[in-house]
Design a protein around this ligand. Structure first.
Ligand code: ADP
Ligand code: ZN
Length: 722
């Protein structure tokens, strides 16, 4: 009787062997008895020899007729569970769409289509000339019916609704039948700019490498036309009947990004991000797998989307932190993309203005081909960056007098000003002016952030919230004052100082809700606002041609952070922000407020630019044997009783040889949600040695009695030390 290895979704670092009356293909879903219940599992291979074959249980049911995971996906899953030292069942769980994890039927049963009614066909084409969008929509449907998803990508709901209500089009439901390479008959390339010489070099280099593994770093200053390079490189891939998967940061995936691709080629684009329903995700997954859609754009987990005709992978803004998952399976989608491109023998383009030091090092050492775009397209000039010394300066709402008068000048000329602050809310702390008592979250031991708009305190670490207290909890005096400045307070202060300049705040509080961000961004570019106040969100993917002044409130935190990656992150943020502002006729300037104007990092960054800074930072990492020159794995542990977490890691630290062990030490956020947090950094100059040590140690560590008493996890190639 064949012995079948399956991955069961439990947090154990092993696969499990069952019997079945015939061999089963890897990638099939099955139901197996596990403990005292039945679970959905996935076949990963055949087991040659088991110790106690007579004791093995039998597979209860085979759920699929064809595997849900293909060979490439299974190979990647195996790499993931080995490389990230993670439970195989959980890896496979992450790789599958939610509906398939639950053991549902694989193919989506039916789909909604729009088609023209008899009345619509009888209508004279001119009768809609007052509603050109409706006319276009009808014309498209007259050519061919469209799936509801595809139609909604190209036309607004209002247009579709109007036509439906007039009885010109109707929706009907039909069984789903795949149409491989459907885009080949639809492909229609819209007009495109002539690439400049650097773009042309990049496009040629990429297109020459069709059908072979070829990783590229496309390093191009913001606005230098990286997206245009992707678009022109994709063209040949689509024409050859092959598919393209594009990963973008969560915040970069706006309807505009999608329509830029959809409109250039006139074809459907599969979209995958966190706001998309499980059902819609499964459909895109199916269509990609059946080779029906040529372009798939998605955020981190889209890297697991199967492709029948793989042609190219693109990771846009490859430095973005959102590509690394920070819980469960802590994989890096960019690194997985490299593995995948290798498996599928296709090119991989990683584009950014501010490459991560890891990727830059791979380009410098020629593991990746380095393509550079040094000029901003369409003649926009680079933003001038300067440091503003705020020592001993009177400050108002976190802004120095010098900054305020500069802002006044730009605003009075009718330009837009962008103020960047790292904290949302009103103020990072509420304290008593009399006794100094600070209101803090008891579970996290961190000051509460004040949100004045709804008169509450919020903990940004655990989400705890309570009303603003009228008195000090310690001395009882009613002298509570706020400390530090957040987006809300800036907004309030600036509306007093510049009452004539309409302002808008953009942070994760103000853009909550569907399409809210896009609406605000559109309003900004139509110059309905003059003063823009915001957090990180502003630094990602959006252009602000009317902004002539960018102010960064405070860079000191990042200069002195306990996280060795903080300077890299600051430099990326500052460079991205600078790149978003200005254009040819309105060059931008950027002022960085700091108490450390002569800090070498800041000086290097503003005088020599990110590319120079990054190469210097790489040298520093090299001397400190930090990544990418050393390799790190972090063991984390947290518990209500901090002593237990500490002791667990202290015991664990005894299990490693021939590698450097640092800690246990507290996390940069020492307590979160009532638990004390510790970490142990294990590092080595050699990846092989480090991984082998961890592989050997993990079974012993899992068996320690304390392992059951604390929450612990393994983080390979950590990027976040909070
Ligand atoms: P990035 O992705 O590097 O930020 P984009 O590809 O979005 O840059 O290009 C920035 C702007 O310049 C876009 O409006 C784009 O249409 C335009 N552009 C890009 N390449 C060219 C070119 N070769 N000629 C003219 N305009 C271009
Ligand atoms: Zn808290």
């Amino acid at each position: 009787m064949p012995l079948i290895d399956v991955a069961v979704p439990v947090p154990l670092r092993q696969t499990f062997t069952y019997t079945h009356d015939e061999t089963l293909k890897p990638g099939l879903r099955v139901t197996v008895p596990f403990g005292n219940r039945q679970m959905t599992a996935v076949v990963v291979g055949e087991c040659q020899k088991a110790d106690n074959p007579q004791k093995l249980k039998a597979i209860s049911e085979v759920l699929d007729t064809a595997p849900v995971l293909d060979n490439v996906q299974l190979t990647l899953c195996r790499w993931l569970w080995q490389y990230y030292h993670h439970a195989p069942g959980e890896v496979i769980h992450t790789a599958l769409p939610v509906l398939l994890r639950k053991g549902k039927a694989a193919p989506p049963d039916d789909q909604d289509y729009y088609q023209v009614t008899a009345a619509g066909r009888a209508l004279s084409p001119d009768s809609l000339s007052r509603a050109p969008k409706q006319q276009q929509c009808l014309a498209l449907l007259l050519k061919e019916r469209q799936s509801a998803t595809a139609l909604k990508q190209r036309f607004s709901l209002a247009v579709i609704k109007a036509l439906t209500e007039r009885g010109l089009i109707e929706v009907h439901r039909q069984a789903y039948t795949p149409r491989p390479q459907k885009w080949l008959s639809e492909l229609q390339i819209a007009s495109k700019p002539v690439p400049d010489p650097e773009q042309a070099v990049a496009i040629t280099a990429i297109t020459q490498k069709q059908s072979q593994f070829a990783p590229f770093l496309l390093e191009g200053v913001t606005g230098s036309g990286k997206t245009e390079v992707y678009l022109q490189a994709i063209e040949a891939v689509l024409e050859a009947g092959r598919q393209v998967l594009i990963l973008v940061p969560e915040i970069g995936l706006t309807p505009q990004t999608v329509s830029r691709f959809a409109q250039r080629f006139g074809i459907d684009v599969g979209v995958l991000h966190s706001q998309i329903s499980d059902k819609a995700r499964l459909r895109v997954w199916q269509q990609a797998r059946n080779g029906e859609i040529g372009i798939i754009i998605g955020t981190r987990s889209a890297i697991f989307t199967p492709m029948k005709y793989p042609g190219m992978l693109i990771v846009d803004e490859e430095h973005d932190e959102s590509f690394k998952q920070q819980d469960g399976l802590r994989y890096h989608a960019r690194d997985l993309a490299v593995m995948r491109a290798n498996q599928e023998h296709i090119p991989l383009v990683m584009g950014t203005a501010t490459p991560s030091l890891e990727t830059l090092n791979n380009a410098i050492t020629k593991r990746y081909q380095h393509l550079q775009l040094t000029r901003r397209a369409a003649g926009a000039q680079a933003t001038i960056q300067q440091v503003l010394d705020v020592r001993d300066q009177p400050m108002r709402f976190g802004l120095a007098e010098g900054t305020l008068s500069l802002m006044g000048q730009h605003l009075s000329q009718g330009n837009q000003v962008l103020v960047f602050v790292n904290r949302r809310g009103y103020a990072p702390a509420l304290l008593c002016h009399h006794c100094g008592f600070t209101e803090a979250c008891q579970r996290c031991e961190r000051p509460f952030t004040v949100h004045k708009a709804h008169r509450r305190l919020h903990c940004h670490h655990c989400g705890a919230t309570r009303p603003l207290p009228p008195h000090c909890q310690s001395c009882g005096k009613a002298e509570m004052v706020t400390a530090g400045v957040g987006t809300e307070q800036l907004e309030q202060g600036l509306s007093q100082l510049f009452p004539d300049s309409p302002q808008v705040r953009i942070d994760s509080d103000s853009v909550r809700g569907k399409d809210k961000l896009q609406t605000l961004l559109d309003a900004i570019n139509q110059q309905r606002y003059q003063l823009l106040i915001g957090t990180q969100i502003l630094s990602k993917g959006h252009h602000f041609p009317h902004v002539t002044l960018v102010v960064v409130l405070d860079c000191d935190g990042a200069l002195f952070s306990g996280d060795y990656r903080a300077p890299e992150k600051l430099a990326q943020l500052v460079t991205q922000l600078a790149g978003r502002a200005g254009r040819a006729s309105k060059p931008g300037q950027m002022w960085l407020q700091t108490h450390n104007p002569s800090h070498p990092l800041l000086q290097d960054l503003i005088h020599n630019g990110y590319a120079h800074f990054a190469r210097h930072a790489l040298l520093e990492r090299k001397m400190a044997a930090q990544p990418p020159f050393g390799v790190q794995i972090v063991l984390r542990a947290e518990a209500v009783d901090g002593q237990l977490a500490f002791q667990f890691l202290a015991d664990a630290s005894q299990r490693f040889q021939a590698v450097q062990v640092i800690g246990p030490m507290p996390g940069l956020i020492e307590k979160r949600q009532g638990r004390f947090r510790f970490m142990l950094i294990i590092q080595s100059a050699q990846r092989k040695v480090l991984h082998e040590q961890v592989r050997l140690a993990l079974p012993e560590i899992s068996a320690m009695p304390l392992a059951a008493k604390v929450r612990w996890s393994v983080d390979v190639d950590p990027t976040d030390f909070s």
